[in-house]
Design a binder for this molecule. Structure first.
Ligand SMILES: Cc1cc2nc3c(=O)[nH]c(=O)nc-3n(C[C@H](O)[C@H](O)[C@H](O)COP(=O)(O)OP(=O)(O)OC[C@H]3O[C@@H](n4cnc5c(N)ncnc54)[C@H](O)[C@@H]3O)c2cc1C
Length: 417
């Protein structure tokens, strides 16, 4: 019998396996086939999209960009799998199906384990009946990109694909059902960001669906409509695992399902839908499984979580949101500035840049939002400051390298507070 069986070899499953092996657990990792190793992030999500976005800055040729993908993915996957196997991991390829809460079948193979972590990911939502339609995550399998493209959905994936195709010279239209783009980001900032994207030629239509357009005009429809559970094959009922009203695996703040020896992490819980939160939750699962009879449970904590959209420019957020603080009536101060008075913005062509930092009455940093060509990197500085419970005075006094975009953070604080 294994100490731990993990279903899903994506971001969550791999992180769980790494920690479990480190702690000496006899561990088996299951995924549908060897090609699935790495899950959504490595095979068709974070890694290919950001790689292509980065390449698009230098090359404007779709074919040139696309041909680099298989090599990149193998470069990442092979050493990772080799490393895990070298640490003693057992891997089994095939579809997993629970028999009871201690037994899983992978095709005909019976696997028994004391504990389970379900890291089964999610599937893309798509609309059927639209000709020339492709799911956002499958766009890199196309040989070429037509001149006129419409994208359904203005979440982060839709915006990143729009930015990529726009940078490659396509005429891009977005149809978003909600009245705003990037739901979850600060509304005022998302609006400022929308104007920047529109200035670059991306046509953004909110409050509209694909049915509001004459689709004959477009050579390609890209579906970026969010994610849905991928749990049908798992036969969760046999193990007694409950799902919530949206069909995601129900977990508490310890990533524990309703079944004593079964935990879940990542997209299949419907909580965060990001690779690094899947990894974080996976480690929580392993810590809580191995805590021992008197050990304290470790609970989720996202207070310094940073998120970013990797478009041109990027938009990023960390910590508390101004909208939520305002709605809750919490007292706070917003320190904000555009980048126009900072020389680095001209050196690195980041003059659309904007930053806002939220502090409490004692100067403790609560949150930040940044628009910048390098927002995903810059937000890390504020995220670390929040995690370290830093006061704005400490951040203000940091002497960062000149000329860099990161120096704009303390320089802006020195000017504005
Ligand atoms: C286009 C795109 C861009 C993205 N960009 C980013 C980004 O920049 N940053 C970021 O953090 N996140 C990004 N994400 C999200 C990120 O990829 C996911 O949140 C993350 O991969 C989820 O990890 P996971 O381990 O929960 O699931 P997955 O990585 O999806 O892995 C789940 C695995 O479980 C397997 N599985 C499911 N059921 C079974 C079964 N019954 N038997 C055997 N195996 C099974 C699947 O085959 C799959 O390999 C992006 C996603 C997409 C689609």
């Amino acid at each position: 019998m294994y100490d731990l069986a993990i279903v899903g070899a994506g971001a969550g499953g791999i992180a769980a396996a790494k920690l479990a092996l480190k702690l000496g657990l006899k561990t088996v990792l299951i995924d549908r086939e060897q090609d699935s190793f790495g899950g959504t992030c490595i095979n068709r999500g974070c890694i290919p999209t950001k790689f292509f976005l980065n390449l698009a800055k230098a090359s404007k040729q779709w074919g040139e960009i696309f041909s680099a993908k298989p090599l990149l993915i193998e470069k990442i996957k092979s050493p990772l799998l080799k490393y895990l196997l070298g640490k003693g991991l057992v891997v089994t390829w095939g579809e997993a199906r629970f028999f009871d809460n201690h037994t899983i079948f992978v095709d005909e193979e019976k696997i028994e384990a004391k504990s389970f972590i379900i890291a089964a990911g999610s599937l893309p939502c798509g609309l059927v009946g639209y000709p020339n339609a492709v799911l956002a995550e499958n766009i890199f399998a196309l040989d070429n990109i037509p001149q006129k493209v419409i994208i359904a959905g203005a979440g982060y994936i839709g915006i990143e694909i729009a930015s990529l195709l726009n940078a490659l010279g396509a005429d891009v239209t977005i149809a978003e059902m909600q009245e705003r783009i990037l739901f979850g980001f600060d509304a005022r900032l998302a609006n400022r960001f929308r104007i920047i994207l529109e200035t670059k030629g991306i046509k953004i239509n909110t409050g509209k669906t694909l049915d509001d357009f004459s689709l004959d005009e477009f050579g390609l429809v890209v579906m970026a409509l969010g994610r849905k559970p991928d749990l049908a094959a798992l036969n969760l009922l046999s193990a007694g695992v409950k799902v919530n009203e949206k069909g995601w695996i129900a977990t508490d703040k310890y990533m524990h399902t309703n079944v004593d020896n079964i935990f879940a992490c990542g997209d299949c819980t419907g909580k965060m839908m990001l690779a690094y939160t899947a990894e974080y939750q996976a480690e929580l699962c392993v810590k809580n499984i191995t805590r021992g009879p008197v050990g304290a449970l470790t609970e989720e904590n996202y207070h310094s979580l940073a998120t970013s959209v990797f478009s041109f420019p990027q938009i990023a957020h960390t910590g508390a949101s101004e909208e939520i603080l305002r709605d809750k009536g919490v007292s706070y101060r917003l320190i904000k500035s555009n980048f126009l008075k900072f020389s680095s913005a001209y050196v690195y062509n980041d003059t659309d840049g904007y930053m806002q930092i939220i502090i409490d009455d004692n100067g403790v940093i609560l949150g930040a939002d940044i628009i910048s060509e390098k927002a995903a990197e810059l937000i890390a500085l504020v995220s670390v400051a929040i995690a370290g419970k830093m006061n704005v005075r400490q951040l203000k006094d940091c002497l960062l390298v000149h000329p860099t975009l990161s120096e704009i953070i303390p320089l802006m604080l020195r000017d504005e507070c």
